[in-house]
Write a protein that binds this ligand. Structure first.
Ligand code: PHB
Length: 404
């Protein structure tokens, strides 16, 4: 492995950049100046930067619960150190993300940061992580750049790149016999990249995207666009929405009478963690994702029952990604005796980790993005039931990543 080097930037003195300057000091530490050994019994400070309010609130909560479930199963420790959490609600707001991340790193002195859900917020976090060298594990956001042009030794992801679950869906929709498709999503990084990857896969299979509809994030006024879909009468629709927005879109689509007439497809976020609220409106929706509720493997069964006991709720992909973020951190800290500042050894062990995840085998590409199966699922009896494996050990192309 090449020696770990954080990137640095020239910093002008505004308030925001004052925080950045403090962060640059931390980068000095990462460069190998002498650092004190871990104080006896000092807890490991884990910064959790997640949405705890807004349309993605439930996603953030499930990631946190998944992470803390893993820690509880290790008696409250990772790498033999007691874990102390510093929680921060990022509200899925990119405009405050840089300051929030700098607060965790420079003021609160988080040893590692776990976050986040929203791709735009994650982009700001990635930039601070590159400037400061702080270990960052992304437990959801799919921004392709994080393991593409902005990839770095200290940045890992336990979720997916936006390309990953969306690209295989192009062939699935074509194989189901559809040739003309309308896409619909929120107008921001995740939606645009997922629609782009779906379109790439669908066109390569011989299909045509006849219209690409968007609404601003996090708006949920879908009526005009659903009316447009009814007028265009495509063979099928591909959608990316998640959390509260996915509940609203799927129920509006059914209420408009399109369910059963124009088949609805999407990445699995459309129906993951949302089925209780969507009810029968979701039945029959086919999606692709790196998880299915009924994966018949021991790791999934034991995860789902432990999650149920802890929270009283059914686990979902977000909980799995949080659980695996803790497993990945543990794999790194086990190699350093719990020392998160021994970064070269920490990142080397994380990069080589092989995790027996509830989703199936999980390992990491040279760009630190998961290599994982992508499953085709269909909503049946209120569950995302496994139909087939749409892609085995799918690897993101990591376009623009110099480590790949
Ligand atoms: C993202 O912004 O990258 C994102 C958000 C929610 C999801 C998936 C991706 O469910």
């Amino acid at each position: 492995m090449t020696k770990f080097k954080p990137t640095t930037q020239t910093i002008a003195m505004t308030r925001r950049n004052f925080l950045g300057a403090t962060a640059a000091g931390a980068a000095g530490l990462a460069l190998g100046f002498p650092k004190p050994a871990i104080a006896q019994g000092a807890p490991l400070k884990v910064g959790l930067m997640l949405p705890f309010s807004g349309t993605y609130a439930k996603l953030g909560q499930f990631i946190e619960n998944g992470f803390s479930l893993y820690v509880e199963q290790k008696s409250g420790m990772l790498g033999g150190r007691k874990v102390e959490f510093i929680r921060l609600d990022d509200e899925s707001k990119p405009e405050t993300a840089t300051d929030n991340m700098n607060r965790l790193v420079s003021r609160d002195k988080a040893d590692v940061v776990i976050g986040t859900v929203h791709s735009g917020v994650a982009m700001a976090m990635v930039k601070v992580a590159r400037d400061t060298g702080v270990p960052l594990i992304i437990p959801n956001a799919g921004a392709d750049e994080a393991t593409g042009p902005l990839c770095a030794q200290n940045i890992f992801r336990t979720s997916f790149s936006n390309w990953q679950p969306a690209h295989p869906m192009g062939k699935v929709v074509h194989d189901d016999g559809h040739r003309n498709v309308v896409t619909i999503t929120w107008r921001y990084t995740a939606g645009q990249q997922m629609v782009g990857a779906f379109t790439e896969g669908f066109e390569a299979a011989g299909g045509t995207v006849v219209d690409a509809l968007t609404v601003p994030f996090p708006e949920v006024e879908f009526q005009a666009l659903i009316t447009r879909i009814a007028t265009l009468k495509p063979d099928a629709v591909f959608a990316f929405f998640a959390g509260g927005g996915a509940v609203k879109f799927v129920t509006d689509y059914a209420a408009a009478g399109l369910k059963g007439k124009i088949p609805l497809y999407g990445t699995g976020f459309l129906t993951d963690g949302t089925l209780k609220a969507q009810g029968d409106a979701a039945t029959g929706i086919r999606t692709t994702l790196h998880y299915a509720d009924d994966l018949d493997i021991p790791a999934n069964k034991s995860f789902l029952s432990a999650f149920q006991v802890k929270t009283g709720e059914a686990g979902d992909i977000y909980a799995v990604q949080g659980f695996d973020a803790a497993a990945l951190l543990e794999a790194g800290l086990a190699a350093t005796g719990g020392d998160a500042s021994a970064r070269e050894a920490l990142f080397g062990a994380m990069a080589g980790a092989r995790i027996d995840s509830p989703r199936g085998p999980l390992s990491f590409s040279a760009a630190h993005n998961p290599i994982q199966n992508i499953y085709l699922r269909e909503v049946r009896d209120g569950r995302n039931a496994l139909v087939s494996v749409a892609g085995e050990a799918v690897q993101d192309p990591a376009r623009g990543c110099r480590m790949a």
